[in-house]
Design a binder for this molecule. Structure first.
Ligand code: GLA
Length: 412
């Protein structure tokens, strides 16, 4: 009887997915945004989607501290397949670019301490026209399990949109039954006008909500706007095991300035977003690498409470985003979307920042400003670069030591 009661008591807190994975937003590296569908290895040997690219990237992630910082999934997005299945209807990886097959990739990654992520599509073709899973779902899940895949990104090109609401849960059920724990990344809501988020959050570990990110500030900006404007609908669904996904990090590529790259890292961590880099780690400039490896910001993204932050203030193209953390601290980002040419001074009260009134030690997460104290007697001021961010952690100050006398509320 006790056991039954216990099971009943736990029921509302378990999801149908029940795979126990992605308790914090998954982190890693994925081919798509930077390497797209480059398949000509003669012409572009260091950029084509291939075994070499995956191994080289994993080697760098291991030797240069990315794995250590938490980026543990290495993923192949679209364009890894032969155009036809084999005689037994199984998927075949491109024979030239993946000469040893996908199990060998899985082994290589696992031996180095990584996990293996792979892309497929619920339709009869992937977005780039390679064979999709439709009609072969059970065989494909089985194949992925045999290759020791740890994470499936299931896209939604060439799918009858009305079939997604049953198709995605069905594929997830097959994943569960495969016996191999695999993270389930769904593109399901990105293709629908009115997604059923109750069902999506029940069946997927993460889901792409909206458009693909492109390598530009305007694309990044539009995603931030979409997430802010839809936060009342979507934020409540995020939590351990289930995450909204604003798409890959474009930090270190061609399109973002250093300040803009800092904006993406800050806002993605406020959003409790999956952090998938998509960049050439062999050539990334050190200042961008430093942003990707900012441990304090990664810790915010990975906070165990898993509560997605919100844009709490928005006026004259300046915004404040705020996220509550498990230890009672808050992450607060001041974003300036203006292109004035000079930094903009932003000021904020507790109410505006969505913070309980108390004294805080305020740490600048990009270490541009000195740490300061901020108490109920002041307004918070900061100066933010054009298309830039100032990102702080407000840590409640418990003790009454001498430092407290130096509340920093001065104007800039
Ligand atoms: C869609 C997805 C992208 C990427 C491409 C691959 O556009 O949203 O993230 O996977 O397909 O073709």
């Amino acid at each position: 009887m006790m056991i039954i009661l216990l099971v009943l008591a736990l029921l509302p807190f378990t999801t149908a997915l029940q795979n126990g994975l992605a308790l914090t937003p998954p982190m890693g590296w994925l081919t798509w945004q930077r390497f797209r569908c480059i398949t000509n290895c003669q012409k572009y040997p260091s950029e084509c989607i291939s075994e070499d690219l995956i191994k080289r990237t994993a080697d760098i992630m291991l030797s240069e501290g990315y794995l250590d910082a938490g980026y543990n999934y290495v993923g192949i997005d679209d364009c890894w397949l032969e155009k036809t299945r084999d005689k037994r209807n199984r998927l075949v990886p491109d024979r030239e670019r993946f000469p040893n097959g996908m199990k060998a990739i899985g082994d290589y990654l696992h031996n180095k301490g990584f996990k293996f992520a792979l892309y497929q599509d619920y339709g009869n073709k992937t977005c780039m026209g390679y064979p999709g899973v439709l009609g072969y779902e059970a065989i494909d899940v089985q194949t992925f399990a045999e290759w020791d895949v740890d994470y499936i990104k299931l896209d939604g090109c060439y799918v009858d949109i009305s079939k997604m609401d049953t198709g995605y849960p069905y594929f997830g059920k097959l994943m569960n039954e495969s016996g191999r724990p695999m993270v389930y990344s769904c593109s399901w809501p990105a293709y629908q006008k009115k997604p059923d988020y109750d069902s999506i959050a029940e069946h997927c570990n993460l889901w792409r909500n909206w458009d693909d990110i492109q390598d530009s500030w305007s694309s990044l900006s539009s995603i931030m706007t979409w997430f802010a404007e839809n936060q009342d609908t979507i934020a409540q669904y995020a939590g351990p095991g289930r995450w909204n996904d604003p798409d890959m990090l474009i930090i270190g590529n061609f399109g973002l300035s250093l300040d803009q790259a800092k904006v993406q890292m800050a806002i993605w961590s406020i959003l409790a977003a999956p952090l998938f880099m998509s960049v050439d780690l062999a050539t990334i400039r050190p200042e961008f690498k430093e942003i990707l490896l900012n441990r304090d910001i990664i810790a915010i993204d990975q906070d165990s409470l898993g509560k997605q932050g919100l844009r709490v203030w928005n006026k004259s193209m300046t915004e404040i985003w705020s996220r509550e953390l498990s230890d009672g601290s808050y992450a607060v980002a001041f974003v300036n979307r203006r292109d004035d040419g000079t930094p903009t001074v932003m000021k904020a009260s507790f109410e505006v920042m969505n913070l309980p009134e108390q004294t805080y030690k305020v740490q600048d997460l990009y270490k541009e400003d000195e740490d300061r104290f901020f108490g109920p007697d002041g307004e918070f001021y900061t100066r933010v670069n054009p298309s830039g961010v100032k990102y702080f952690k407000f840590v409640p100050k418990i003790s009454n030591d001498v430092e407290e006398k130096t509340y920093f509320t001065s104007r800039i």
